[in-house]
Design a protein around this ligand. Structure first.
Ligand code: ATP
Ligand code: FE2
Length: 323
């Protein structure tokens, strides 16, 4: 069985092809050139213009034809409405044209499942940080429960907006990471409320600090503060859930410093640290295809009417049928 998965919740379009055994035959991606952050309609247009070519590229990379594909999966949410709708229309069209089933799946759950597939983690606490999401989840009774999350903006968004304000470039994550090397600490607000995080005050304060302190110092301090907040929440969730593994997901955890902090927290708790390969950390089509496989094989079915997009779709609303 082969599943073709299409991802397009934000500015990145991805198409992956994965077998029922979990072999990733193709994972092609195309990010939109970023200038001033993401305009939902422009991103949707980018997806519409590139989706056909990207599907063809994925098929040729996998060495299969559309007739050999048994299932179409797509990211149904959460994400930007216009982007989600382009991807959904493409997925439904393929399904109808080739007479195969289509399944809309949850983007956040897909991040977790591709991480489990590629690292062999069995029952991890997942630390997921990207441009649009920041959450710490763990499996409990048929759901990925959210143990902590951001109350306002996502960690990646905080760093990206900081870089944009200071005209450092986009996306901000890798730029801030480079500038942070060799910086020293200047004070910034550390905001953890219960098990949840708040990054908007930190963003405002970091932009203000940049008028006084050196850019290297502010980048360093922004990373240290923002990451320490996330690691604190992860650490408490780990103690509470008594999980023995930590899995990372999302574009931000590519960051070396964040990985180092999480790894050392894991060592202190005797937990295994699992980092998937970079190609499947950020948004990608293979994760959508793999969640499609898991869902389909555990009995999930959707009529075309049931594939409506869901802009706000919480991770813990998905019933995990495959575990
Ligand atoms: P989602 O739809 O899950 O919110 P996304 O659209 O933000 O995902 P991802 O590829 O998961 O896409 O993540 C992109 C984010 O990762 C951006 O905010 C970017 O700045 C950040 N990022 C990339 N590299 C690094 C890095 N080295 N350090 C910190 N952040 C990084
Ligand atoms: Fe994502």
């Amino acid at each position: 069985m082969l599943c073709l998965g299409i991802e397009g919740t934000a500015e990145k379009l991805g198409v992956g092809i994965v077998s029922a055994e979990g072999e990733i035959l193709a994972n092609e991606g195309r990010p939109m050139p970023l200038r001033e952050g993401i305009h939902p309609r422009e991103a949707a247009q980018h997806h519409a213009q590139n989706i056909k070519a990207l599907i063809e590229r994925a098929l040729s990379r996998a060495g299969v034809s559309m007739e050999e594909v048994d299932l179409i999966a797509f990211s149904r949410g959460p994400g930007l409405g216009p982007c989600l709708r382009v991807v959904a229309v493409a997925a439904r069209t393929l399904a109808l044209k080739y007479g195969i089933p289509v399944l809309g799946v949850n983007h956040c759950v897909a991040h977790i499942e591709i991480g489990r597939l590629t690292t062999g983690a069995e029952d991890p606490l997942t630390v997921y940080a990207s441009g649009g999401n920041t959450q710490v989840t763990a499996y409990v009774e048929k759901r990925y429960r959210v143990f902590g999350e951001t109350l306002d903006i996502a960690l990646g968004n905080c760093i990206d907006q900081f870089a944009r304000e200071l005209k450092l470039g986009a996306p901000g994550g890798p730029i801030v990471e480079r500038l942070a090397v060799g910086g020293s600490y200047v004070e910034l607000p550390y905001v953890v409320k219960g098990m949840d995080l708040s990054y908007s005050g930190l963003l405002t304060a970091a932009v203000r600090q940049a008028k006084r302190a050196s850019i290297e110092d502010v980048c360093f301090s922004l990373q240290e503060t923002a990451f320490a907040m996330l690691v604190e929440v992860a650490e408490r969730a780990l103690a509470h859930t008594e999980k023995e593994e930590v899995l990372i997901a999302g574009g931000v955890v590519v960051n070396n410093r964040l990985q180092e902090m999480l790894r050392s927290m894991c060592e202190e708790h005797g937990a295994a640290f699992h980092a998937p390969p970079k190609e499947v950390l950020g948004d990608n089509g293979a994760m959508i295809a793999w969640l499609g496989v898991l869902s389909y094989l555990s009995g999930a079915r959707q009529s075309i009417e049931e594939t409506r997009v869901v802009q706000r779709w919480r991770t813990d609303e998905v019933e995990v049928l495959w575990r």
